[in-house]
Design a protein around this ligand. Sequence first.
Ligand code: FES
Length: 507
Amino acid sequence: MFRDGARKSMWQAEIKRFETLPTQDQLFDVAIVGGGITGVSTAYRLQLTGLKCILLEANNLGFGTTGGTTAHINDFFDTTYKEAISKFGLENAKLLAQSGKEAIQIVHNNVQRHSIDCDFEYKNAHLFAVEDDQVKALEDIVDGAHQIGYEMTYVDEIDYPIPFKKAVIVPKQAQFHPVKYIKALAEAFEQAGGMIVENCLCESYNEESDDVTLVTSLGDIKAKNVVYATHTPPGISLLHFTTAPYRSYAIAFTLKNDNYPETLGYDLYDPYHYYRTHRVDGETYIIAGGEDHKTGHVEDTGECFSNLENYCRQHFDMDTVKFAWSSQYFEPVDGMPSIGIAPSSNGRVYIAAGYRGNGMTFGTIASAVITDLITGTESPYEKLFNPKRFKPTAGFTSFVKENATVVKDFIGDKLSMERIQSLAEIKEGEAKVVKYEGNSYAIYAEQDGNLHVLKSTCPHAQCEVRWNNAELSWDCPCHGSRFNINGRILTGPATEGLERLDEDLSS
Ligand code: FES
């Protein structure tokens, strides 16, 4: 399988390719766009209700964030229960906790029903304050949890060789191999009569009163309902102003000793580090993650890996780093995911986005929420996750301002780029945005000197892309679209690639 970066994640393995093509003039009950955990889980659940579903993926299943997650399945979240109580009230915070528990149960049920060999395990988690200033944050997390009756217990020892000031244990979290899980679920979906089409890019949609037409790279597909399981949908939507793209970094390493932690682990730095143990192909690894930053906002993304490795080496008896990869997630302005009818839709287009670092949990609960909404069943989470809930609050204003600053930064960048006069300044293995005869180009020189020259303007909403040297991609800081060195889309919301201009420049 392939994923959306040059680095190999720990989960990449051979995955069955789905070659089916829909015949013309078929009307589906639901077309699901995106073959990650949200899309596959939702397609599977909807198909089991008797609806006729088609799952469309622009690349291969697991190509996006699901192929790059570290696959913690939690029912406590990046948005703490204390924050949830203060923003949404006590009852909604309880509902949020319930959604997490239900998500873990759904994964467990699916694993059992189909005897899925995906290393699913329940695990306890340790949350620990490493510095004095993290102690208050931990106490707040525990206070919020206790207010809603969520179990967190202070402990004197943790599974990690990291000195800490205060720590808690949280029972019954979980972990799994995300690609093995979605692969088995996709097969169960097919066996139940569902159709999967890979290498099918959905470029746009047209919602009418009775159905939705998807314009795809393989022709038009009609369905009564469409679910965008692609983070943000194509086009410009309110969601692009209420969620921001972030990158997170992960390494998987072996130890010289055999002290692999049993629990999931999290410190309280901002951004925090997260850890767990997983056995793949007969070898045990600690997977550590962190160094998160807003997409397109770090000059040298390779440094994020060295920072993470250096930090881990200080604490673990590390032997070899075998895998290092990064992936993308989206931060919503109010900390709550958006799952339900899209803000711009009249009722036939659904989205699921803004999961923060809790994609496995929210991607799974999205399958239940969206299935309930489409089948007319009452969902307890409909209001809590309603994508139409956003009002221009103080938080929203500063969030939008932050994005405005991004755009300003880029105008400044463009001016400074004017100083770059010659393509010859690009060394082998380097990439730059270069001003050339009044136009702006994203140029990458391969080690053999081969130049890849693209228009540097993101086709989604005309922001300027930035180089990501860790994954060899051009990343858009505005809404998170990403492109490979040939300009091909790795991640939406853009639905076309960066214009390729190699020939223009060489002529
Ligand atoms: Fe929106 Fe690039 S992703 S402008």
